[in-house]
Design a protein around this ligand. Structure first.
Ligand SMILES: *Cc1c(COP(=O)(O)O)cnc(C)c1O
Length: 370
């Protein structure tokens, strides 16, 4: 059994992908071109934003906005320690300091109450200037944007939505990637909308920022190709990947429905045995992961072992919260600083989740757990 079965998905779209690839190869249009702009328009329309800029990865989709804002040395950027390393990595790359905020124990997303506490504490310490918040839409569930936006406005902070896992999710009628001044997503193959390699996209409604993003994506170029007006990166999306994303976008809503069916069935069969995912009212998850809580780390490894014996893959997202990563030793955090993130890290694990899981497979997995 596959954790995310991309082969079944490929079987569904094989002809379209192959003919799209053939066209690109015959025209030798590998960098940029009309397919890239067509994709960007489709994505902007899908999430309900004025602009979309495709780029080389989800990580670069987070980095480019921070560069455009001029975030750097002496700035504080608030995010959660319960996420993939890329979320804080981009902050460090700009020279700014990631300041961690514990998660809500039910949603696993940044806790608005803790966020406000940490902002006030940072202001009182006076060493760093609060600049931006990077809320993460973990496992496909959007963060609590009503509260986050309220706090951001109160303290005059920018919001960069990390929707690498969130694409397709809905919060109070609005799609993931439509929150904050800027949102970033990833097309890494395992994400809800994945391509066949690395890729990402940035979303904004701001004309001026969009122009800066475009420049940074191509080495900081100005109106002339060899006139560079700022430092940028090589941040383009491969045109071949645009073909994959456009084809997958056509079946994405159907896949989203199927993922939600799988999640509902898992919930029904597992809710008496494990803590199943919490989705607040007015939210729709895109189920980047289906993650459950065991009673303890010991219980978790027992269950994972049992499933492995039956050829059922599982994964742990994330075993080590970011404040305890070796790379961040100098930030001075210690075990005990973020109790919710630490406890969830010790109990959480994820089950196979993709739109092509059959009822029999779901029942088989759940019977082994139960
Ligand atoms: C995957 C991921 C990223 C990075 O995306 P890449 O395309 O792999 O660079 C950033 N943030 C989160 C939360 C992710 O899950």
């Amino acid at each position: 059994m596959q954790f995310i079965d991309l082969k079944r998905q490929y079987a569904r779209i094989e002809n379209e992908i192959q003919s799209g690839f053939r066209k690109i190869c015959e025209n030798a249009q590998f960098i940029m071109g009309s397919d890239i702009y067509r994709l960007e328009e489709m994505l902007a329309n899908y999430v309900g934003r004025k602009y979309c800029l495709s780029c080389s990865s989800g990580t670069d989709a987070l980095l480019i906005p921070l560069m455009a804002w001029g975030v750097g040395q002496g700035d504080a950027v608030f995010t959660t320690p319960f996420t993939f390393i890329a979320t804080s990595e981009v902050v460090v790359l700009t020279g700014a300091t990631p300041v961690f905020v514990d998660i809500d124990k039910k949603t696993f997303n940044i806790s608005p109450t803790e966020l406000e506490n940490v902002i006030v504490q940072t202001l009182n310490e006076g060493k760093l200037i609060p600049k931006a918040i990077i809320p993460v839409d973990l496992f496909g569930l959007t963060a609590d944007y009503d509260e986050i936006v309220r706090i951001a406005q109160k303290y005059n902070l920018l919001i960069l939505e990390d929707a690498a896992q969130g694409f397709g999710g809905v919060y109070k009628g609005k799609r993931a990637c439509s929150f904050g001044q800027v949102a970033a997503t990833s097309f890494f193959p395992a994400k809800p909308l994945g391509c066949y390699g690395d890729g990402g996209a940035i979303f904004t409604d701001d004309d001026n920022l969009f122009e800066i993003f475009k420049s940074i994506r191509i080495h900081g170029q100005g109106s002339d190709k060899y006139d560079n007006i700022r430092t940028g990166i090589n941040g383009r999306l491969d045109t071949l990947q645009a073909i994959v994303i456009m084809e997958k976008l056509k079946i994405f809503d159907d896949e989203l429905e199927k993922r939600n069916y799988v999640a509902k069935k898992y919930n029904e069969l597992l809710k008496d045995k494990l803590v199943v995912p919490f989705v607040p009212e007015n939210c729709l998850s895109s189920w980047a992961q289906y993650s459950v809580l065991a009673e303890s780390a010991w219980h978790r490894s027992e269950l994972q072992q049992k499933l492995k014996e039956n050829d059922i893959p599982t994964a742990i997202y994330y075993p080590i919260p970011l404040h305890l990563q070796t790379a961040y030793k100098e930030l001075g955090y210690k075990y005990g600083d973020f109790p919710a993130s630490e406890e969830i890290s010790s109990r959480i694990f994820s089950l196979p989740m993709h739109p092509y899981l059959t009822d029999e497979e779901i029942e088989f997995i759940c019977s082994k757990i139960n």
